[in-house]
Design a protein around this ligand. Sequence first.
Ligand SMILES: [Zn+2]
Ligand SMILES: [Zn+2]
Length: 268
Amino acid sequence: MIVEKILINKNLLAKLLVLKIIISKVLNKILNLALPPVCPLCKEKVQDKTAFCSKCFPKIIFSKKPFCKSCSLQFESYVKHNSICLACIARPPAFNQAFAPLIYNNETRKPILALKHADQTQHAAMFAKIITARAPKSFRKVDLITPVPIHNKRLRKRLYNQAALIANSIAKTWQIPVKHNLITRRKYTPPLGNLTPRQRVLVLRSVFRCTKPESVHGKSILLIDDVMTSGLTAEFCARELKKANAKEILVLTIAKVALPRPNLPKSI
Ligand SMILES: [Zn+2]
Ligand SMILES: [Zn+2]
């Protein structure tokens, strides 16, 4: 009897907690819509809700050519067009090509984290606009777009997947079908920010599964994520899509950490 009572109370508490999250997120959303658009960096008023202010815009570092055709790592010195970096030569990624218009630094981190963790969902359209304006033309020729999934536990807490919001916005601009849940995240993983590449491999290696292989077979697929750090999330998602016989996998992210892909053993 006492155990039952405790269980009922625990259930009720969990439901109240979810309700509290939903109410606070809805209020936040209404507030964001009601207030005039502001620069995502300095919070100065701006005309266009998908733009940085004129003072902050020069602080944003765009990735510049030449970069690796495969993983989009920016080369520091001159190389021939369509070159591939040493890491990609040594260990070609499962995806065919990746691109990120921005370099992940102090300035770009702030609005990306606000989109991810602070309900600033309006930033998704802003980043999608930057991506679609700068991505190579080949990225528009895909059959379908899909976002990197987040785990249901995280989705219940956040109520949105930031990669899915960006994917929707890109799909709308380029008029390409977007399919959610092509890939599922089977395990809840801790934030990967502080892990070494090898620890990331151990965490991510069996996390993703392609749930709709029939939708993937023979298709050219554009995978969307927020930031490419080690490239391992994209790598493991791409492997799943390849297993389902995808013809080609391209990866678009808002920003890329300016580091080469980790040199991992072939046995992973
Ligand atoms: Zn600003
Ligand atoms: Zn590369």
